[in-house]
Design a protein around this ligand. Sequence first.
Ligand SMILES: Cc1ncc(COP(=O)(O)O)c(C=O)c1O
Length: 463
Amino acid sequence: MTIWIPELSQDGPRYRALAHAIERAIDDGELAPGARLPPQRRLADALGVTVGTVTRAYALVEQSGRVSAQVGSGTYVKTEQTAEGFSRVIGTPHEGLVDLGMSLPPPHPERQAILGRLLSEISADPAALEQAIDYPLDDTMATHRQRYADWLVHQGLTVDPDELLITQGGMNGITLALSALLSPNDRLAAEALSYPGVISAARQQSLKMIAVPFDDEGIDVAALAVRHERTPFKALYVMPEHHNPTTVQLSEKRRGALVALARERDFWLIEDAVMHLPQEARGTPLYQLAPERTIFVFSVAKILGGGLRSGVMRAPTALLERLRISLRNQCWAPPALMAEIAGRWLASGEADRLLSWQFEELKVRQAMVSEALAGFDVHMRCGGFYAWLVLPGEHRAAMLVETLEHKGVRVAPAEAFCVGSTAAPQAIRICLSAAPDRSALARALEVIVEALSHNMPPRWQTV
Ligand SMILES: Cc1ncc(COP(=O)(O)O)c(C=O)c1O
């Protein structure tokens, strides 16, 4: 049986070079999740090094969180834990729980009342009712596309309704983009921490994900170029305005560099703009910089409500027919009734009022977080839903999340966002907008601060 044999760089100690080669192979998808690393003695013989060198290298890779050693069986590349992480984030609610795990807009007292008014309006409109009953065809959704386009333009985003496709929300836009652009076993690059929905969708479509490092200016374009050289990928999924979960925004300089690289290497950009920030807090959208290779994904989930399952995607016209075919294959078309509700809501001015209120409410909630977590390493963005808290000292995210859950507060651990075998930082995402009201948020923050004030007891005992 042949075994995987890495090529080692000549620099530094052998065990480090081997560990580095293994980590690179895992990050690039060459060693897939679940793959077994070669037996240590065989690899040592093949590389002409001692077994001790291989043992030290495997231990280093294990420390990085990419593999796990199973006694008597071998060392395996960790399978992605995001499906589990995601389902834990959206786990069942229980009494007294303040759930800051899911990404929800702050509850507005009148959201339901507005929906009720819109439903009455629609029920008195025979043409709208007829459209809601019939199979929707793309050309019968022109009004909906126009309403979305008008609202986006009003929000400072230049779009042409003919480049839009109505979807069932952001997740639907992402899966359509992936299925139109990529085939099974193709590579999709993304920031090393990314939206769990895209990780699940990529896995479902049998895509290989490439994790790309990022810093406080966003995705590292130089590292992206190196990754592409080693293992070319067809598309990159990014959240330029508000990275979920860390709240990082892609700098203008990097946007320019990213677009230049995408053109040079010829890969697609999937731009997720589901988290909608105030105009003054946004940068230049990638689809405006590179309209010929960017799919822009938008949804009303974070403004009107996720239950409407309505959104829109913008793509270059040459790609639209492929996206329409994917949409027809998936569900024929999004429900016209939902698009009608969302469209009327956007056109009525009520969405703008809701959004202004939301931005004000988020300001207050962010100030509460800043005050409660003063002195901690916490990151937020104007108009965003999250506080990304990098844990102090020896705190471990998994343990803290468990402790908080017992105390009635749910937050999301960094682990839920890890692409491939990326090692999870010790950090949590607190969705401050999801608390039912400010006093629930204040209580939850007290619980978090209290939990952080205790030293974590060591969890593992060895003898
Ligand atoms: C970054 C990001 N993209 C997409 C989505 C999915 O949006 P939708 O609920 O419209 O499917 C979410 C939902 O939380 C998200 O956070």
